[in-house]
Design a binder for this molecule. Structure first.
Ligand code: PMP
Length: 307
């Protein structure tokens, strides 16, 4: 069970609230054997007004749907139904600051053929906001991201994460905190579970779409920059170029915004506290716990983009 669930934990499983410890999955599935399933990583926060809000719930559940479609997984749940079930899972487990993992997976079928049904589970566990001052030492991975011609890389498919696990484990074994993977052309792509930004001369750069999962947090960072008048550019960047940056950070739902101290043997010269990146980190923290968005949730509009 680890830190994820205990005897009393409740999950939403195919429309029913059941105990996590008693939920069953099929071992004879393409999901188990081939990584053929799709999932989401979502966060909820206790807002400054005390309510619980799932950050960008609609965007996450829309991505779950498009991930399932990309993999030809049958899908018959509405975004609203899943958001409501998620709020209920949080409430029954007494969670406010939490990490939420929905997964859509396949029934028993050991062939490569289409399935006639899919299953779904929504799990949640406590996760305190991080957004700390800890800076990461990041290593250029020997692993490249999956080939966009071999996978639907915009889908958050479970099987893609074998690549992430390999890269992250390699970086940790080499004494780093995390990996930075390149694309098939050797250009800067992303982390195992986060997008990358770098800062140079007051501008922010992030890899252009094409070889990355264009994350919801990446979009949020771009929105924050647009609002604050910080110039941004999506560009194809080399590893060497990243090593001329003033500062850099990873961003993702789980990672939030987390700065880098080093990239391989390169130390970023700008103190984190003086960087624009740090301002963005603070703006992101304020946004996820801001309460004025909550009223819209209470009105059932579920709008969760920055107002
Ligand atoms: N890239 C990869 C490979 C990821 O797994 C994630 C996490 N979903 C991200 C980027 C960041 O995406 P998001 O901001 O939507 O969490």
């Amino acid at each position: 069970m680890g830190n994820y669930y205990h005897e009393g934990t409740i999950i939403w499983h195919n429309g029913r609230y059941v105990k996590a410890a008693e939920a069953l999955i099929d071992l004879y599935s393409q999901s188990m054997h081939y990584g053929y399933s799709v999932f989401e990583g979502i966060r909820s926060y206790r807002t400054e007004a005390g309510y619980t809000r799932i950050f960008k719930a609609r965007e996450h559940y829309e991505r779950l749907y498009s991930s399932a479609k990309a993999l030809n997984l049958p899908y018959h749940w509405s975004v609203d139904e899943l958001i409501e079930a998620t709020y209920e899972v949080l409430a029954v487990n007494d969670l406010q600051d939490a990490y939420i993992r929905p997964i859509v997976y396949a029934p028993a079928n050991m062939t490569f053929a289409l399935n006639e049904e899919s299953f779904i589970a929504i799990k949640a566990w406590g996760m305190a906001p991080f957004l700390g001052e800890k800076l990461l030492r990041v290593m250029t991975s020997s692993f490249q991201r999956p080939n966009p011609k071999g996978f639907h890389i915009l889908a958050k498919a479970s099987g893609h994460y074998v690549n992430s696990i390999l890269a992250s484990q390699e970086a940790k074994a080499a004494g780093f905190d995390e990996a930075l993977l390149t694309d098939g052309n050797g250009m800067v792509a992303e982390g195992p579970g986060a997008n990358v930004f770098f800062e140079k001369n007051g501008r922010l750069f992030t890899p252009a779409p094409g070889n990355i999962l264009t994350g919801i947090t990446r979009a949020t960072v771009l929105e924050i920059c647009a609002k604050a008048g910080i110039p941004t550019e999506e560009k194809v960047a080399t590893i060497e170029e990243l090593k001329t940056a003033d500062a850099a950070f990873f961003c993702g739902t789980a990672a939030e915004v987390v700065g880098w101290s080093h990239f391989d043997d390169y130390a970023f010269p700008l103190p984190w506290s003086e960087s624009i990146s740090h301002q963005i980190q603070k703006a992101y923290k304020a946004l996820v716990t801001e309460s004025k968005l909550t009223e819209k949730i209470m009105n059932k509009s579920y709008i969760s983009t920055p107002a």
